[in-house]
Design a protein around this ligand. Structure first.
Ligand code: GLN
Length: 285
């Protein structure tokens, strides 16, 4: 086999950024040879067989064409878990881990008085938020909703792979319509579609490959946030906490919605890039 097929030369000559090339090549090595990622460093003289080489080139060109790495390898790490992802669900983002941490902090706070905290994740997608919470808060009971049956199938499969299927219940419907009227929660979280319909980012780069209904409300960007915030009181226990993710420039608008909804103790939270990314509030009366 020619020398140009070694891992070293393939990785050295690709137009992909190094970190992406390494993830895709590690995927090829795992799939075709069950070799670990460390092979990329420790045995980079290895030459790929024809089928493995063909797969590498296919993945390389799909990525160069804009397909997200997470869809190409079918998985993405989030908080302390790994999730299966397909183009039927939004790819979990690092900034959304903030929402998980806010929920976990609240669970710690109410632990002594609430044996089994009830959590609602609205619009769960791959199940990322619900499953990351259930994975850490072992006494929590989580209900996760989504309008998309395709998303729920993926979320349920993730729950099973993580051994969390008895702790997280999935239900189909638009926001609170997925629930029985009377249920109330200690914590409600959600990362709804909040990109405005006219945002130019929707038609460039990786976003083009993600489900549009998970990214945009096809309106101002605030309509789903509004639906979640304005009805939250009906589904929160007294002193219950609502926390929602929103766009970098939507903090003031979401705070106003929370005021309109009659919620108290309104707080804004910054992500690691310093953007206001989550707003939280309580039902106090
Ligand atoms: N955070 C995502 C982005 O900016 C959007 C996800 C969403 O609309 N909830 O790409």
């Amino acid at each position: 086999m020619s020398k140009t097929l070694s891992l070293r030369s393939l990785l050295g000559s690709t137009l992909l950024p190094r970190n992406e090339a390494y993830i895709l090549m590690a995927h090829v090595l795992d799939k075709h040879y069950q070799l670990p990622r460390s092979t990329l460093i420790s045995r980079d003289e290895i030459e790929l067989s024809a089928p493995a080489l063909e797969e590498w080139h296919a993945l390389e060109s799909r990525r160069l064409n804009g397909e997200p790495v997470a869809y190409l390898v079918g998985k993405r790490g989030f908080h302390k878990i790994e999730l299966q992802v397909t183009p039927g669900v939004l790819i979990p983002r690092p900034e959304t881990e903030l929402l998980v941490d806010i929920a976990l902090q609240e669970i710690k706070k109410i632990e002594s008085s609430t044996k089994s905290p009830k959590i609602l994740d609205l619009g769960t997608g791959s199940g990322a938020i619900a499953l990351a919470i259930a994975n850490e808060a072992l006494n929590s009971q989580v209900i996760a909703t989504d309008q998309s049956l395709e998303a729920l199938t993926i979320a349920k499969s993730n729950a099973k792979s993580l051994g969390l299927e008895t702790r997280v219940q999935f239900t189909q419907g638009s926001w609170y319509q997925a629930l029985k009227e009377s249920v109330t929660f200690d914590i409600i979280v959600g990362n709804p579609p909040y990109i405005p319909a006219q945002d130019p980012h929707l038609i460039v780069g990786d976003l083009r490959f993600e489900p549009l209904n998970a990214l945009t409300d096809h309106s101002t960007g605030l309509s789903c946030l509004e639906a979640i915030v304005l009805e939250a009181k009906n589904h929160l226990k007294p002193m219950g906490l609502l926390a929602v993710e929103h766009g970098y420039d939507q903090s003031n608008a979401v705070v106003e919605l929370m005021k309109t909804a009659g919620l108290s103790d309104i707080q804004t939270h910054q992500d690691l890039s310093g953007h206001h990314r989550v707003a939280s509030a309580r039902k106090q009366d």
